[in-house]
Design a protein. Structure first.
Length: 488
């Protein structure tokens, strides 16, 4: 099959390396990715928020589920019981959406289930076997029968359902995060760094993952138990598939599913069939590529903006925490500031991507005041300059930037170019790579009067800024200044 049928994940994506030994580079003939319209709608978003929330928030851990793997057996047992105390009394989906609108977010990603297995939605699936970490004689598998979800907590409200309902009301796009592994359900062992192992683990997991376990688990090596039975393996596949089916069918229109992590080579055919099932339910759902290669529709450079335009037509969205973690960070000094948000947003958009900033609420469902303030400041900037960001496209080739502080975007009809200067240019802005249409007006977004300009073949475009604007209080914003230019 020709590669032209598919938009391929770049081989440079670090997370593709975890599955490339068994996930075929080119999807099978009977599979279809999301449509070009769905990809275009994704590219229009530009700015979103990524929210990690779960049991780990109650402990103020400096990472999401991951510290669980380095806990003692006693700590793990206590962690697994935290759902009995989960009661975010101040959570309001409506207030969250109003905050998102003030911040200028066009979409949000939310953890329906992280690696620890706790579901923040009303799943009807049941966990049948879990680990008893403090059993006499050492950890052992025990029978159970529970959803391990928010509906079994004192809160007893479907958080995902409330968020989706509010998002539909406010026209904010929905991206539900879902982790392939599940560390509470022992039927998922040993995949995705499950804390229970099996005797034949070397045959099931790639060497790269086996090597990484030493870091992930530190001194707490995975506990070996019996190999997966056919019943357990089938239970893993079915519960994983059914939870994703619930998300796609119970909450109205979803725009994206943010898959995370991976399984292993021997269960890849089952996971591939699950992805086909999701595609049949919603042909235009945009699936994140984690764990499924080019069966996905978008990918997420994490913790950095690519240095140049990406070498693929596959849509991408940078994910980057505002604090030290994607979940709640109690230390306000670690939030990076609105200028950091705007520079990364502009940088990503100029190169053709989206930017998603990561934050999390506290155990009561409230945002850190400093995080909220910084993001609302970014939203005020977007209320003035959003025309240069939302639904724009990159300029061709390397024309996304001049120097260190001047970025470019363009309208989808290619008539207008937006030059975004991250610093105030002073009395004159010089641009080498834009030639305005003769007789056109050039505007600073948020400022009503047309600006004086001239163009010379040798020196390029010179835009003059009036004396009135040299005083900061007279400018339309305090950082990053967008100029609208109609090209000839």
């Amino acid at each position: 099959m020709s590669e032209s049928k598919y938009v391929l994940l770049p081989e440079t994506d670090v997370h593709f390396n975890d599955v490339r030994s068994y996930v075929e580079r080119i999807p099978l003939d009977d599979y279809s990715q999301a449509s070009e319209k769905a990809r275009e709608d994704f590219r229009d978003i530009k700015f979103g928020v990524r929210i990690h929330w779960g049991l780990y928030t109650k402990l103020h851990l400096q990472q999401e589920s991951w510290p669980f793997l380095k806990m003692s057996f006693e700590e793990r047992q206590k962690y697994q019981e935290l759902y009995r105390e989960f009661n975010p009394k101040n959570f309001s989906a409506e207030e969250w959406m109003l905050f998102f609108k003030r911040a200028g977010f066009r979409c949000f990603a939310f953890t329906s289930k992280h690696h620890d297995g706790f579901s923040l939605f009303d799943t009807k699936t049941r966990v049948k076997r879990r680990a008893n970490w403090t059993a006499s004689g050492g950890p052992r598998i025990e029978e159970c029968d529970l959803a391990y979800s928010v509906m079994e907590t004192p809160f007893k409200r479907d958080i995902v359902g409330e968020l989706c309902e509010a998002a539909h009301k406010h026209n904010i796009r929905i991206d539900l995060y879902f982790s392939h592994p599940d560390w509470y359900d022992v039927d998922f062992r040993p995949y995705g760094f499950h804390p229970l192992s099996v005797p034949n683990v070397e045959k099931l997991l790639p060497q790269k993952e086996l090597d990484e376990m030493a870091f992930r688990f530190e001194k707490m090596a995975p506990v070996p138990v019996h190999a997966l039975t056919k019943e357990e393996r089938a239970g893993m596949v079915e519960r994983h598939r059914e939870q994703l089916r619930e998300l796609l069918t119970n909450y109205g229109k979803l725009d994206m599913i943010c898959l995370d992590m991976w399984w292993g080579a021997d269960v890849w055919p089952d996971l591939r069939e699950t992805i086909k099932t999701l595609r049949r339910i919603n042909p235009d759902i945009m699936l994140r590529c984690r764990g499924i290669g080019s069966y996905g529709d978008y990918y997420t450079p994490e913790g950095f903006v690519p240095g140049s335009k990406e070498n693929t037509d596959m849509p991408w969205m940078v994910i980057y925490p505002l604090g030290n973690t994607f979940s709640y960070d109690p230390d306000g000094s670690r939030y990076k500031g609105s200028e950091w948000v705007l520079r990364n947003l502009v940088d990503a958009v100029a190169k053709g991507g989206n930017f998603m900033v990561g934050i999390g609420p506290d155990e009561n469902g409230l945002w850190h005041p400093k995080a909220a303030k910084q993001l609302e400041e970014a939203g005020k900037w977007l209320s003035v300059n959003g025309e240069a960001i939302y639904a724009t496209r990159p300029r061709p080739g390397l024309l996304f930037k001049e120097g260190d502080d001047l970025y470019f975007t363009r309208g989808k009809d290619s008539r207008n170019v937006y030059a975004i200067s991250m610093k105030w240019p002073g009395s004159t802005l010089y641009i080498k790579t834009v030639c305005p249409k003769p007789g056109t007006d050039i505007f600073l977004l948020g400022y009503g009067d047309a600006l004086k300009w001239k163009y010379e073949n040798k020196n390029g475009l010179t835009i003059s800024l009036p004396e009135h604007l040299q005083r900061e209080e007279n400018r339309p914003c305090k950082t990053a200044y967008a100029f609208k230019i109609t090209e000839g």
